[in-house]
Design a protein around this ligand. Structure first.
Ligand code: CP
Ligand code: NVA
Length: 301
């Protein structure tokens, strides 16, 4: 297969996305049955983290181990990246040694530049623009519990951030209705919103967004890199908290998702995230299985 990267959800066709999710569910059950295989034996994944991570790091590292391969954790503090070695030089060097590279960074164009100079597949492990790996896990979780997302209503409550952007692209790719309720001044980027086309609606009303929704999603009010805006954002987002009153407007069997880490009492109440609506632990676990399917897709097929 020609070199493929996974920088946004648009890098896979809808058909490839469906196949990947099906494969993730299969890999999950094979792992549970103890019949998993090692398709990435002797393969190495380089993992560049220029921001913190719990789930992404552990899921990729575990995926590589379970597949018979190995993962190397690389942070700016411990590599020459932190001392200013150009990203394009780092890409050329690493990609001559390892088989795949996963990168979490700030500006999306830094990831794009890295990918342009890499001779092995590059995976977006979160940028300020989007978080496509999280969407693979979210889609897998919905499919496992409720079947296809096609034609369903999904509500995004809160910041028009990287996760919101990935939901917009997912709505376009998987043909579901996404209604976004963001506070004024914190809407998603217009160019990303445009990619969502008629699948995506933006307003400022959480009740309207959640009404009759099949899935309700939110995320932190201040993402990594926005810590200094925390106090200002708490004020702006105060009426965008997902609480039980808001959830009661959704369909009775609606699911609640959050990529985590969550701030109980800010974007979501404990009563919601710890309620039967919430599938956040299954969602987090599925990072492992869906990324195994992604690694297999990029490196084996
Ligand atoms: N959801 C997510 O990407 O979590 P981490 O920041 O812990 O990797
Ligand atoms: N929007 C959050 C997601 C964390 C997984 C952030 O970028 O910090």
């Amino acid at each position: 297969m020609a070199l493929r990267h996974f920088l946004t959800l648009l890098d896979l066709s809808p058909e490839e996305l469906h196949t990947l999710i099906k494969r993730a569910i299969e890999l999950k059950s094979r792992h549970a049955a103890g019949t998993g295989s090692e398709p990435l034996k002797n393969k190495v994944l380089g993992m560049i983290f220029e921001k913190s991570s719990t789930r992404t790091r552990v899921s990729f590292e575990t995926a590589m181990y379970q597949f018979g391969g190995h993962a190397i954790f690389l942070s700016p503090q411990d590599t020459q990246l932190g001392r200013g070695e150009p990203i394009e030089d780092t890409a050329r060097v690493l990609s001559r040694m390892v088989d795949c590279i996963m990168m979490r960074t700030h500006a999306h164009d830094r990831l794009e530049k890295f990918a342009a100079y890499s001779q092995v597949p590059v995976i977006n492990a979160l940028t300020d623009l989007c978080h496509p790996c999280q969407l693979l896990a979210d889609i897998q979780t919905f499919v496992e519990l409720r079947g296809s997302l096609q034609g369903k209503k999904v509500a995004w409550i809160g910041d028009g951030n990287n996760m919101c952007h990935s939901y917009i692209l997912a709505a376009h790719q998987l043909d579901f209705q996404l209604v976004i309720a963001s506070p004024p001044g914190y809407e998603p980027q217009p160019d990303v919103l445009k990619r969502g086309g008629s699948q995506v609606t933006l307003n400022h009303d959480p009740v309207e967004a959640v009404t009759a929704a099949d899935l309700v999603c939110t995320d932190v009010w201040a993402s990594m890199g926005q810590e200094q805006e925390q106090a200002k954002r708490i004020e702006a987002f105060r009426s965008y908290q997902v609480d039980l009153k808001l959830m009661s407007k959704a369909k009775p069997d609606a699911l609640f998702m959050h990529c985590l880490p969550a701030h109980r009492g800010e974007e979501v109440t404990a009563e919601v995230i710890d309620s039967p609506y919430s599938v956040v632990w299954q969602e987090a676990e599925n990072r492992l299985h869906s990324q195994k399917a992604l690694l297999e897709f990029l490196l084996v097929t």
